[in-house]
Design a binder for this molecule. Structure first.
Ligand SMILES: Cc1cc2nc3c(=O)[nH]c(=O)nc-3n(C[C@H](O)[C@H](O)[C@H](O)COP(=O)(O)OP(=O)(O)OC[C@H]3O[C@@H](n4cnc5c(N)ncnc54)[C@H](O)[C@@H]3O)c2cc1C
Length: 596
């Protein structure tokens, strides 16, 4: 058995906590039932286990190379890619007409979970491609859809998102890549992009770059950014491959983790002949790209959660089998050694991991369910809630996933620091997640400076309503009573802090209100995940009530204990954060560059 995911937990999250079967009541999903969901999840697990997992360490140890002409990846990557594409997963969420399965995002996220856990860097290629295809599908014209979608869905073409430039990362409004309109309606693109994942490779016939650029004469800032399709090879009218476009790989970047995915520096238009095709209207590019980025952000959260999950399961496995030392009270050198899982401090590290990763994964699945409610159910409240939560869905797992991986290394100790066990790679791979798709700092500004107040704060009200509904049920359950009362104290602190910061923003004191936004992001993440832990504990008690099967009883006890850990150990940390936030603490704000 692999340690990709706890199948029982996944089943519980999908069917008991987030009621995947209820989605089948929506017209778009009406052909599905639990059997079809289980079928596609089982297929994902099998492909992930057979074709992604076995070369995870090999791809890490054998980074892609570039000899000035050709990129080379290890051959297993292409095989895995093709199995993924052949399974239909690249367009699983699309309609039947478009060759898709009309699969809910919730179930698709469970599938994605297996691939990211098995091999996040090889999984990066199909995930980017499917996000790029979604964007073309939503905003491209018919000709663009007809040309690019079929080969992206069947695995002949891959996709990328090309936003970052050497001097432009977080501040996309400052990007300088240029686009010049031609007489035939196409554009010529000129500029350099950096860090582009999958920007070149030897896996597919063609690569479809989605490039942000500024049309000559466009306004400065984010309002002057347009989005272009820039293929590596141009396509002929009959959709066959044409000439090589003027996009050149300047070099590969060498990274701490995620080494199997190429990270590229790309030169567009060195010979002034890089063809680009505008998506939608000029100057609306960032809006379109955000569609891809929001989806990518949920994907990043899910990836971070499951790589954390993998590390947790690996360390759990090790702790169950590693005899070392005796109980503090046992001074007898003749007595049998305990497996380290019996030591309280090891249990602490495992509990912390369990609470972070199962909580994070639940958060991501909830976000995916909101996507389904919004897209297939046309539910505007779900859309508003998702908008509010996206920075948290991206950031909480990205922050706590690597923390879990750090603890997994500590559980294995010396063994964890070697490359003989996968936990060190998990840590290195996961360390990317708080950086790309908007750093932690940028997500926190988005949350506190913008998302909380959108739609007149309706997102906050909707979140509160969800939380209240769980509390109402949980306070009637004896096992959960104390947790509910601890939670209530801290959620009141959280709400008071939000009010104070909102007022400060209203008074125009933006720098003061946002100075400690990362603390706020973490605080809100903890409150939301603590609520999800209460919800999971409640559902676990309901689901397995009366069961005398040992495995069920252990599952429920584990959920209760992890909920208690998160609510008694992690959640109260927000009090100190609240103190600093409510006082508009100026320690970091007042620090001067020349004082360092
Ligand atoms: C492995 C990898 C894969 C990537 N893949 C892609 C890809 O496929 N496509 C793509 O376009 N990009 C990609 N990126 C780029 C990634 O999105 C950027 O690295 C990220 O947006 C941050 O930009 P930066 O590295 O230039 O850091 P900077 O923007 O220079 O930020 C440096 C630090 O300053 C902070 N900071 C910056 N601005 C502010 C502010 N206004 N307020 C407070 N703090 C601030 C940041 O939080 C950060 O801590 C990838 C990066 C990596 C490492």
């Amino acid at each position: 058995m692999s340690n990709l995911m706890n199948d029982k937990d996944l089943e519980f999250l999908l069917y008991d906590v987030f009621d995947a079967e209820q989605l089948c009541e929506l017209d778009y999903f009406k052909d599905h039932d639990r059997t079809t969901f289980d079928g596609v999840i089982e297929t994902s697990k099998r492909i992930a286990t057979e074709y992604f997992l076995p070369h995870n360490a090999k791809a890490d140890a054998n980074e892609p190379t570039f000899d000035g002409e050709q990129v080379k990846t290890i051959p297993e990557v292409k095989v895995a890619w093709q199995h993924f594409a052949d399974s239909g997963l690249m367009c699983a969420r699309h309609s039947y007409e478009d060759g898709g399965m009309q699969l809910p995002a919730l179930v698709n996220s469970a599938c994605i979970g297996y691939f990211s856990s098995a091999n996040p860097s090889t999984a990066g290629y199909p995930f980017l491609t499917s996000a790029a295809a979604n964007l073309i599908k939503e905003f491209g014209n018919d000709s663009q859809k007809n040309t690019f979608l079929p080969p992206m869905f069947d695995g002949r073409y891959a996709g990328t998102m090309a936003m970052t430039e050497p001097d432009v990362g977080s501040s996309l409004g400052d990007l300088t890549t240029k686009a010049t309109l031609q007489a035939d309606g196409s554009y010529r693109i000129k500029g350099q992009k950096m860090f582009i994942s999958g920007g070149d490779q030897d896996i597919t016939q063609n690569i479809v770059h989605l490039v942000l650029a500024r049309v000559e004469g466009a306004p400065k800032g984010v309002k002057g950014i347009s989005l272009f399709i820039v293929p590596k090879f141009l396509t002929n009218d009959d959709a066959t491959l044409g000439e090589r476009n003027d996009v050149k790989l300047a070099g590969l970047l060498h990274k701490m983790g995620f080494r199997g995915t190429t990270s590229t520096v790309l030169n567009f238009g060195e010979n002034d002949n890089c063809h680009g095709y505008l998506i939608g209207e000029e100057n609306h590019g960032l809006k379109y790209m955000f569609k891809m980025m929001n989806e990518a952000r949920i994907g990043v959260g899910t990836g971070a959660a499951v790589v954390g999950y993998r590390g947790y399961l690996e360390s759990l496995d090790y702790a169950r089998n590693r005899p070392q030392g005796r109980a503090a009270s046992d001074k007898n050198p003749q007595s049998t050694q305990l497996n380290i899982i019996e030591h309280t401090d090891v249990k602490r590290m495992l509990l912390a991991q369990k609470s972070y990763v199962e909580g994070s994964f639940a958060l991501c699945l909830w976000a995916a369910r909101l996507v389904d409610e919004q897209e297939a159910g046309d539910n505007q409240d779900s859309a508003i809630l998702l908008d509010l939560l996206t920075p948290i869905v991206k950031s909480f797992p990205s922050h706590y996933g690597p923390k879990a991986n750090d603890l997994a290394i500590q559980v294995l100790a010396g063994a964890g620091y070697t490359r003989d066990y996968p936990v060190e790679q998990c840590y290195r791979d996961n360390r990317l997640n708080p950086i790309h798709e908007g750093t932690l700092g940028i997500q926190s500004l988005d949350l506190l400076g913008r998302k909380l107040w959108m739609h007149n704060g309706k997102g906050q009200q909707l979140l509160l309503k969800e939380i209240q509904a769980t509390l109402g049920l949980a306070e009637e359950v004896p096992e959960l009573k104390e947790m509910v009362s601890i939670f209530t104290i801290h959620s009141e602190t959280f709400m008071k802090t939000t009010m104070i910061l909102g007022k400060t923003l209203q008074q125009g004191n933006v720098n003061e209100a946002l100075a400690n936004s990362v603390l706020y992001l973490d605080m809100m993440g903890k409150v939301v995940v603590a609520w999800l832990w209460l919800k999971m504990a409640l559902k676990a008690l309901q689901r397995f009530e009366g069961s005398d099967i040992e495995e069920d009883k252990a599952f429920v006890a584990g959920k209760l204990q992890a909920a208690q850990y998160f609510i008694s150990w992690e959640l109260p940390k927000i009090q100190h954060q609240a103190q600093l936030l409510q006082a508009l603490d100026r320690t970091c704000l007042d620090m001067q560059a020349n004082w360092f």
